[in-house]
Design a protein around this ligand. Structure first.
Ligand code: GMT
Length: 378
């Protein structure tokens, strides 16, 4: 733990997406360590929960004006950062997800310089801000410039660090600080009464959590489950919502498995659902880390995943679960049946999953961020 207590500004998306979750959990953990944390966003972050000591929230609301077809959020966020930095005397700003937060951090830092205030910017890259969106010509030069100009840059996996260096003209160090999990909150509860609400005695529960975007390939999960349920009594819980949901509901009806697939929509207490699950699936096209898989493993839930990107650093093939090439539904079905069909095998994978998750325990990761903050402050 860093001895010096800091006043940290955190800019993030407030939604259920992984980057917002990581930013929020990080802020809460920093506050528990005695730092003061100021979240700056357009909505209160979803995972923030009720009032927490040492945690403050500053809302950004760009004004309406007839000329604005698009409200200038970037300018409003920059002005809010400048205001909070001056009046709350921030020591540094940690921005999560490069677009648009890294360039806004840069702009705020430069404005503050003219007012005699130094505000180092730490940028954390999360994945799609590089792989899907950042490389698009609409954002490329801005993302490249703002990565190079940040005081410190972190990526959530080795994969993402390498992807960033490959895709952009990077002239600086990028530190890997992996995502983390709170093992007090994410832990097994296989005997919870909640299980009986979804599954009868002897039925296994397979779970998936995401924002239901195309990149998640949830159709592969449904097809895998279709194969599994033919020989093993089981239910599939799909948690989350997003653009793909309607098509997925159609697929479930076409396959005739509507009674066995439960769409739960967005949920706040995902730990309760993970804790009663027997298997978690994350079969994305690409994934820079796969936070939901880590949270599942912490609950003692083995993972069937694709071997895409940073997921390889989270789910150890043959140990905490199995990893397959993207789209290999046949392999995933065989892997799921292998884990779920034998009580001892399932128990072994459960233990391994928890062992693997323990490497990412929040108390092991938080000091890396604190060290980076102190170095950025010089
Ligand atoms: O794609 C998502 O699920 C949301 C996205 C985000 O930016 O909020 O998640 C990314 O960041 C997460 C937290 O670091 C990672 O666990 C996810 O792997 C990453 N998503 C992708 O790379 C597709």
């Amino acid at each position: 733990m860093a001895a010096k207590k800091l006043n940290v500004g955190i800019v993030c998306y407030p939604t259920y997406g992984g980057s917002g979750v990581v930013a929020t959990e990080l802020g809460i953990a920093l506050a528990h360590e005695g730092h003061q944390v100021h979240f700056i966003s357009y909505k209160r972050p979803a995972r923030l929960g009720p009032y927490q000591s040492q945690v403050y929230y500053h809302e950004v609301s760009p004004m309406e004006y007839p000329l604005f077809d698009f409200k200038p959020y970037d300018s409003a966020l920059t002005s809010k950062i400048v205001d909070v930095a001056l009046h709350q005397d921030l020591d540094l700003l940690h921005v999560h997800y490069a677009i648009p937060h890294a360039i806004i951090g840069y702009l705020a830092r430069e404005i503050l310089k003219t007012k005699g205030k130094r505000l180092p910017i730490v940028t954390t890259l999360h994945g799609t801000d590089i792989t899907l969106v950042g490389v698009d010509a609409a954002f490329y030069p801005v993302v490249e410039f703002s990565i190079n100009e940040s005081d410190r840059v972190t990526a959530v996996s080795e994969y993402l660090k390498n992807k960033t260096i490959e895709a952009f003209g990077i002239q600086r160090t990028i530190d890997v600080v992996p995502n983390f999990v709170d093992l007090n909150r994410f832990r097994p509860a296989p005997d919870s009464p909640l299980k009986r609400q979804f599954a009868c005695e002897g039925e296994k529960i397979i779970c998936h959590i995401s924002n239901f975007r195309k990149v998640k390939r949830i159709g592969d999960i449904i097809r895998t489950f279709y194969g599994v349920q033919k020989s093993l009594p089981s239910k599939l819980l799909l948690v989350g919502d997003g653009p793909e949901r309607t098509g997925l509901e159609d697929l479930v009806r076409e396959l005739g498995i509507s009674q066995k697939v439960i769409f739960l929509g967005r949920q706040d207490a995902v730990e309760d659902i993970l804790a009663i699950s027997d298997l978690f699936m994350l079969t994305s096209d690409h994934e820079s880390f796969g936070l939901s898989a880590l949270e599942a493993m912490a609950c003692g839930v083995p993972v069937i995943s694709s071997d895409a990107g940073g997921l390889r650093e989270v789910n150890q093939n043959g140990f905490s679960g199995y990893a397959y090439p993207v789209g290999d539904v046949q392999g995933m079905t065989a892997g799921a049946l292998d884990i779920l069909s034998n009580t001892q095998t399932l128990e072994d994978f459960r233990q391994n999953a928890m062992q693997q998750a323990a490497k990412f325990e929040i108390s092991k990761i938080l000091p890396s961020y604190e060290k980076i903050y102190l170095e950025a402050l010089g």
